[in-house]
Ligand binder design. Structure first.
Ligand SMILES: Nc1ncnc2c1ncn2[C@@H]1O[C@H](COP(=O)(O)OP(=O)(O)O)[C@@H](O)[C@H]1O
Ligand SMILES: [Mg+2]
Length: 249
């Protein structure tokens, strides 16, 4: 389980007249076991925020702590170690290894973590079963559809049961049925393992699974709301809030 705290995050890309402010004084606190969705228009800083929270990018200003570790105090080796031990990333672009099969891709984080072969095989099989790809174990990414590749990437991110899961549009390439299955899986994984989940999405139906929704606009948090009630009511509330946030842009 992981607690994430960010204070005064700024991120500026480039310099002088070409400078782009991607994040503008973001404060954020996510508790252990909490599922947070991040929404907002394209270019509002969602991917930048996620990359900074996961230690993949450094902020221009501000601090991030994951549990007791301040990310800016860690050297590259230690950061890489933290990512490997604690964090599961799911990217929009899958980032699968093209020459490896589905099961080999999912096994990679376990191999890197030094797990024993006897443990790896059943874990990988179980994970591929959970994402509905038991019958695609030996296929390479090129032999899989976009949605199937994304499910392999999700299995790879969850197989080590990381304390923190960071996902950038995890269902961007999936149809609504598969998308719902994946969200059920993420939600169950969060509830059963006490994982902390931070998920970027455009889709109110995806965000509705979260405990809390943050709305970014122009690099700042424009609104934040805890969610209650059944999914349908949540979806309605999210759509309403999204329209309000867009109207103030
Ligand atoms: N590597 C980069 N170099 C320069 N500008 C960037 C870079 N990455 C993102 N940006 C800019 O920062 C802003 C926020 O981008 P991003 O975090 O990708 O937004 P989102 O994920 O919400 O669409 C955008 O204006 C984008 O063009
Ligand atoms: Mg993005």
């Amino acid at each position: 389980m992981a607690t994430v705290r960010a204070a005064g995050l700024n991120k500026v890309y480039g310099e002088g007249p070409a400078a782009v402010v991607a994040l503008d004084h973001v404060d954020l606190s996510v508790e252990k076991g909490e599922f947070v969705a991040i929404m907002g228009p394209s270019g509002s800083g969602k991917s930048t925020l996620l990359a900074i929270l996961g230690g993949l990018e450094t902020p221009s200003d501000g601090s991030i702590t994951i549990d007791d570790a301040n990310l800016s105090d860690q050297n590259e080796t230690r950061l890489a170690e933290m990512r490997r031990e604690k964090i599961g990333f799911i990217f929009q672009s899958f980032n699968l290894v093209p020459v490896l099969t589905a099961e080999e891709n999912v096994a990679v984080p376990l191999l890197l973590a030094g797990r024993r072969a006897a443990e790896i095989r059943p874990r990988v099989e179980r994970m591929l079963g959970l994402v509905g790809l038991a019958d695609r174990r030996t296929h390479t990414p090129a032999e899989l559809s976009g949605g199937q590749q994304q499910r392999v990437a999700i299995a790879r991110a969850l197989v080590t049961e990381p304390a923190l899961v960071l996902a950038d549009e995890p269902t961007g390439n999936l149809d609504s049925k598969t998308s719902n299955e994946i969200l059920t899986l993420l939600r169950r994984s969060c509830d059963e393992l006490g994982q902390t989940m931070i998920v970027i999405t455009h889709d109110a139906g995806v965000a509705a699974w979260a405990d809390r929704v943050l709305y970014l606009r122009d690099g700042s948090i424009a609104a934040a709301e805890r969610q209650q009630g059944p999914l349908a009511a949540r979806i309605h509330a999210i759509r309403t809030r999204l329209e309000e946030v867009a109207a103030h842009a």
